[in-house]
Design a protein around this ligand. Structure first.
Ligand code: DPM
Length: 319
């Protein structure tokens, strides 16, 4: 499938949510600046994940929930590439598509937003029974470990919907990605950034992943200007770890990566949903060997029983 670079129009696919559009418009602006002769057009669509809002994410499967419609349009040539939150992009892509570029990461940490009545509290001083909104198994598992006295309640919908539900009193606090709030210009709603020893973030959190057709060299050449190498190495390691554990988007798997002096350190966790079992490990190596670092950590955690936890959860999710 050839792209439309020859005609000087390149079509970008995006979900319709406010956050998706902020991200896609940033990509559009950066590329327009770098390639003023090309017209970058955004075409938006709703994905399954946007339409099904009354079911817990973990129950509706995870294979391309937020990406499949965009991928179909890429394969049929209706769009040239798609902008995703990297953490929503499955680690195994459909035949014919590739991860073309990873952009510079925002703060990858999780953030707590509280109801006004808890303005003077931190996560470790919220009262017994406090209702915490999240539909992430990863956040649920890690927070249950540290704060078994909280009550966890599912929450779906876009960021604005979630904040309204919190303000209306349905929850005492909710957990969101700091990156999403920052990109939406809502950094002031962040009450506390959760430290890594309380919550390891999701694979790819805070970075954008741009997906395109394999071998579409014209498009890949454009995307190169957006690539942020350190972020890419970190995310390749994180994604290799997740892929090797055969984890989808909805698994209690968390990570943390740092690069120092050309060395990449990947920390990972696989936790049971009740937070009772936590399997953690750490691997360091050259940044250029990111993938190997990821698979090595997966093997290490599997030898400590991570697979049993993941199998239990997969059985539970299918039930
Ligand atoms: C994935 C998860 C969530 C999103 C699971 C996880 C959070 C679901 C929830 C894979 N995708 O993080 O363990 O809390 O109910 C999503 C968000 C962003 C991308 C919102 C968020 C924005 C941040 C980013 C939803 N996908 O996590 O608060 O670009 O990383």
């Amino acid at each position: 499938m050839s792209s439309n670079v020859a005609t000087r129009t390149v079509r970008i696919g995006s979900r319709k949510s406010q956050l998706a559009l902020v991200q896609t418009h940033w990509v559009q602006a950066e590329l327009s600046r770098a390639f003023p002769d090309i017209h970058f057009e955004v075409s938006t669509m709703e994905t399954q994940g946007d339409k099904i809002l009354d079911v817990a994410l973990s129950k509706i499967g995870d294979k391309g929930l937020f990406t499949q419609e965009l991928e179909d349009d890429m394969l049929s040539g209706k769009i040239d590439f798609a902008v995703h939150s990297l953490k929503d992009l499955p680690t195994n892509l459909p035949a014919g598509l590739q991860l073309g570029c990873v952009t510079e990461r925002e703060d990858p940490a999780d953030a707590m937003v509280v109801h006004a009545k808890h303005k003077d509290k931190q996560i470790d001083t919220l009262p017994e029974g406090a209702v915490i909104g999240t539909s992430s198994l990863r956040r649920l598992a890690q927070l249950s470990h540290h704060f078994p006295h909280f009550t966890f309640k599912d929450i779906r919908g876009n960021v604005n919907t979630r904040l309204r539900k919190l303000d209306d009193g349905e929850y005492d606090a909710i957990i969101l990605a700091a990156a999403g709030l920052n990109r939406l210009g809502m950094s002031d709603r962040i009450h506390q950034i959760l430290p890594a020893d309380i919550s390891l973030h999701a694979v790819g959190q805070g970075a954008l992943g741009i997906e395109c057709r394999i071998g579409d060299d014209d498009i890949l050449a454009l995307l190169k200007v957006l690539e942020h190498e350190p972020t890419a190495y970190r995310c390749y390691a994180e994604r290799a770890f997740l892929r090797e554990l055969e984890g989808g988007c909805q698994v209690p798997i968390g990570v943390n990566t740092v690069i120092e002096d050309g060395k990449l350190t990947l920390k990972g966790i696989v936790a049971s949903l009740d937070g009772q079992r936590m399997i953690t490990g750490i691997v360091t190596g050259l940044s250029t060997e990111a993938e190997r670092i990821g698979t090595e950590l997966a093997t290490q955690l599997r030898s400590q029983g991570a697979q049993e936890i993941l199998d239990e959860i997969n059985t539970h999710n299918r039930a």
